[in-house]
Design a protein around this ligand. Structure first.
Ligand code: URA
Length: 235
């Protein structure tokens, strides 16, 4: 299946700037696709076929940057919030390039957030076809029965379809660790609601081979080359 994204996303994900900035550059005629200026930010790009130039230079000339942030609860993962809430970009200064979050975390979710300008790796980690597992620690509002854990493991019915089988481990009476290979909107929260409770705390601890380790809340670091290789599936 060809990988397609809008021109606005392609420019932003390549590390050049936010999506709002990307739109204004596209409108200003600074972006060419296959030799032709395209002023429509919603133009579809096929990564295998289309060649995108920004100011006549190919994308991805910038060094690739990979940032692991321990996101605190109360921060959103978009660049600017019209409501003025803090964003993860308030925590990442001097990254040297614009980086985009790989998948999103809700405002109230904390833990591992990877940000990069490497569109290929981001695609590998977020496309559900690749089945990259994401692990969360969950504190629920109520004790979770063994039957509820079995149900979460087998898959629950959500309003956008059944969830895939998940790996579930009990940590306490109302605490579990769950690994899922999809990244649907508010998925873990909705799964816990489907078994009759609510999430009171949600922390992501792992994406594929990458773990949050002992990185303090609110801090970030660059990935080591071996960590990047492992995420690419080549170690
Ligand atoms: N599942 C959720 O419900 N929220 C997140 O932030 C991540 C996964």
């Amino acid at each position: 299946m060809p990988v397609q994204k809008t021109l606005e996303r392609v420019i932003s994900k390549a590390g050049l700037g936010s999506r709002t900035q990307a739109r204004s550059w596209i409108h200003a005629g600074r972006v060419k696709v296959n030799g032709k200026v395209i002023e429509n930010p919603d133009h579809w790009i096929d990564f295998d076929r289309d060649r995108v130039l920004f100011d006549d230079k190919p994308l991805q000339e910038k060094a690739r940057v990979y940032i692991l942030l321990h996101k605190p609860a109360g921060y959103i993962t978009t660049f600017k919030d019209p409501a003025g809430r803090p964003t993860v970009y308030d925590l990442i200064t001097n990254a040297g390039t614009f980086v985009s979050p790989v998948g999103r975390l809700d405002l109230d979710t904390s833990g591992l957030l990877l940000l990069t300008n490497d569109t290929q790796l981001a695609e590998r980690l977020t496309n559900p076809d690749h089945k990259i597992s994401k692990t969360y620690q969950v504190a629920a509002a109520d004790p979770l029965s063994d039957a509820a854990l079995d149900q979460l493991g087998r898959g629950v019915e959500l309003n956008d379809g059944p969830t895939r089988p998940a790996v579930v481990r009990r940590i306490g009476e109302s605490q579990i660790e769950i690994s899922i290979s999809e990244g649907r909107n508010r998925q873990v929260r909705r799964m816990i609601e489907a078994v009759g409770s609510n999430v009171v705390e949600l922390v992501r601890t792992r994406i594929g081979t990458l773990t949050i380790g002992d990185l303090a809340v609110g801090k970030w670091r660059e990935l080591r080359p071996a960590e990047v290789q492992a995420l690419r599936g080549r170690n």
